[in-house]
Ligand binder design. Structure first.
Ligand SMILES: NC(=O)c1ccc[n+]([C@@H]2O[C@H](COP(=O)([O-])OP(=O)(O)OC[C@H]3O[C@@H](n4cnc5c(N)ncnc54)[C@H](OP(=O)(O)O)[C@@H]3O)[C@@H](O)[C@H]2O)c1
Length: 260
């Protein structure tokens, strides 16, 4: 189910990969950055928690990153995105990869009762990511290069009663990524839609059975490979591809009765 877009290597060999990371304090992003740091990548890290961000940046330097710069920002503020991106790209002196990891699970029961809660989930996971991708895609198209790697979710493949607000935000994101890819692939720009199943991170630590969720380092390794190989879509761990294929094909008359 995972697919390669056939565009070849992510950048020319030799110099360090220049990577912009949005939501750099996320469990999945941090694990991915550790692997990039070990290869000597140049990293620009954005997160809203300054203390956590400083700790992540210091760790990545120790692990071998050739350059690390940071910016503290609440990514819900879409008006700040163009200035933030200009600053990041100037700091890195270019950009090969943008990795968009920020997101919230939200509170589904509260979101069912209060649209303000629902809107927050849609804003952080969908609207703010679309804003970033709009500016980033145009930057990459102008240069005919770049990988935009985005953390969506298997939850976006079919709405379920237990988390359909979160699922809807990721479904919208996945649809946006598909359309954006259809526009920019011919310009040499890769749009990588990463669809993890449940992963052991801060986002899921409160959930029943979370000890059985995927290891973040295994997920990170697959993401690094997918960026290198310029995949279009990555289901991770890989078994989520066939699982979601089956789930998507359950007839609605049966699906609506299930407790998922
Ligand atoms: N874990 C899973 O099972 C799973 C499965 C599928 C997809 N995903 C997706 O993978 C991505 C990373 O999740 P994770 O598992 O690594 O969870 P995580 O550790 O909770 O990371 C989420 C990150 O998003 C940041 N964030 C949230 N809202 C933000 C905002 N307005 N501005 C800036 N940063 C903001 C959080 O910052 P703070 O630390 O400041 O709150 C946190 O660093 C998310 O998009 C998530 O939806 C996760």
């Amino acid at each position: 189910m995972n697919s390669n877009n056939g565009n070849g290597a992510a950048r020319s060999q030799g110099e360090p990969m220049k990577i912009l990371v949005l939501g750099a304090t996320s469990g999945i992003a941090e694990a991915t950055c550790r692997l990039w740091a070990a290869r000597g990548a140049s990293l620009f890290l954005v997160a809203r928690n300054s203390e956590k961000l400083a700790a992540v940046a210091a760790d990545l330097k120790v692990r071998g990153a050739s350059y690390v710069d940071t910016a503290v920002a609440d990514l819900d503020d879409t008006s700040s995105h163009p200035t933030l991106l200009t600053h990041a790209i100037n700091s890195l002196t270019g950009m090969d990869v943008a990795y968009l990891a920020h997101g919230i699970l939200g509170d589904q029961p509260r979101a069912e009762q209060d649209f303000v809660v629902a809107e927050q989930i849609l804003h952080t996971n969908f609207v703010s990511v679309v804003s970033m991708l709009t500016w980033l895609a145009n930057y990459c198209v102008q240069r005919h290069s770049g990988v935009l790697a985005v953390l969506s979710s298997v939850a976006g493949d079919r709405g379920r009663k237990s988390n359909y607000l979160y699922g809807a935000s990721k479904a919208g994101l996945s649809a946006f990524l598909g359309g954006l890819r259809n526009r920019v692939d011919r310009e040499g720009v890769t749009i990588l839609n990463i669809k993890p199943g449940p992963v052991k991170t801060g986002m899921t630590s409160h959930m029943k059975g979370s000890e059985k969720f995927a290891d973040v380092n295994v997920v990170a390794k697959a993401i690094v490979k997918a960026v290198d190989k310029r995949y279009d879509v990555l289901y991770v761990p890989f078994q989520w591809g066939p699982i979601m294929f089956v789930i998507q094909h359950i007839p609605e008359r049966i699906f609506k009765k299930l407790n998922l």
